[in-house]
Design a protein around this ligand. Structure first.
Ligand code: SAM
Length: 234
């Protein structure tokens, strides 16, 4: 169960609302029973239920049970699309293990509204469902120009470019080698020509094709993460 951290042994935690309902009425847990808590950054902690009330459950954190296995240092940058599909992207990115998720506004991005608190809830849910304990950092949406403007020197950028015809997938990534990475996926309308030009001109950019067919942005995000894992995942 996710709790806003940080968690530590000996701490007492109070769970309310839907999470309390889940423990008491769905899992039918009671005093003395164990629950695994995670705060998204330090791993999994064993906690014991002290009191299981209708409205709240009190727990004592006993000890750390799982040390946080950090996912590879890869960010996912994507242009927000329709809400359900944006939710899908952040859920799959969390399951597949990214360190940081950065929604970016590009010239042809057509959905302005991105609610970081809602997206973070999807990341937490995805981490809980797949039994993970790491919740990616989630940035507020920012213009692509600004994000690229202060791009870290040492972070390579996997530019998923549907106009690439040559087979520049695995080989290009492998040649670029290990280290901090980011994956960039464009909006439904793709990147504007001047955007693509600017990205290609970056020394850190590695242009990559995800195959001969044009994928929807959410499909492309999963395909790109899979390709990156196949080439460089540890
Ligand atoms: N510009 C395309 C068009 O107008 O038909 C559509 C863009 S596609 C829906 C959204 C994003 O997914 C693209 O900007 C790109 O980042 C990624 N993408 C989709 N298919 C791809 C492919 N075959 N290779 C590389 N990237 C792809």
């Amino acid at each position: 169960l996710f709790v806003d951290g940080p968690l530590a042994a000996g701490q007492s935690v109070r769970i309310e609302g839907a999470q309390a309902h889940y423990l008491v009425n769905v899992l039918r847990l009671g005093a003395g029973e164990a629950v695994e808590l995670f705060d998204g950054a330090s791993g999994g902690w064993r906690a014991e239920i002290v009191e299981a009330g209708k409205r709240a459950v009190l727990l004592d954190v006993v000890a750390q049970e799982r040390v946080q296995a950090m996912p590879p240092d890869v960010w996912l940058l994507f242009a927000p699309i329709k809400k359900a599909r944006t939710d899908f992207i952040v859920e799959k990115a969390t399951e597949m293990g990214v360190r940081r998720i950065r929604p970016v506004f590009t010239r042809y991005t057509n959905s302005e509204r991105v609610r970081p608190d809602k997206l973070r809830a999807h990341c937490i849910e995805a981490a809980e469902q797949c039994g993970g304990t790491f919740v990616p950092e989630l940035d507020a949406a920012a213009p692509l120009d600004r994000v690229l403007g202060d791009w870290p020197e040492d972070r390579r950028l996997m530019f998923c470019d549907e106009t690439m015809v040559a087979e520049t997938g695995l080989a290009a990534l492998r040649d670029a080698g290990q280290g901090p990475w980011a994956i960039l996926i464009g909006p439904e309308g793709g990147f504007a020509p001047e955007e693509a030009e600017r990205i290609r001109a970056m020394p850190q950019a590695v242009s990559v094709t995800l195959g001969p067919r044009i994928l929807r942005a959410d499909t492309a995000a999963v395909a790109a993460l899979t390709l990156w894992q196949a080439a460089l995942g540890d």
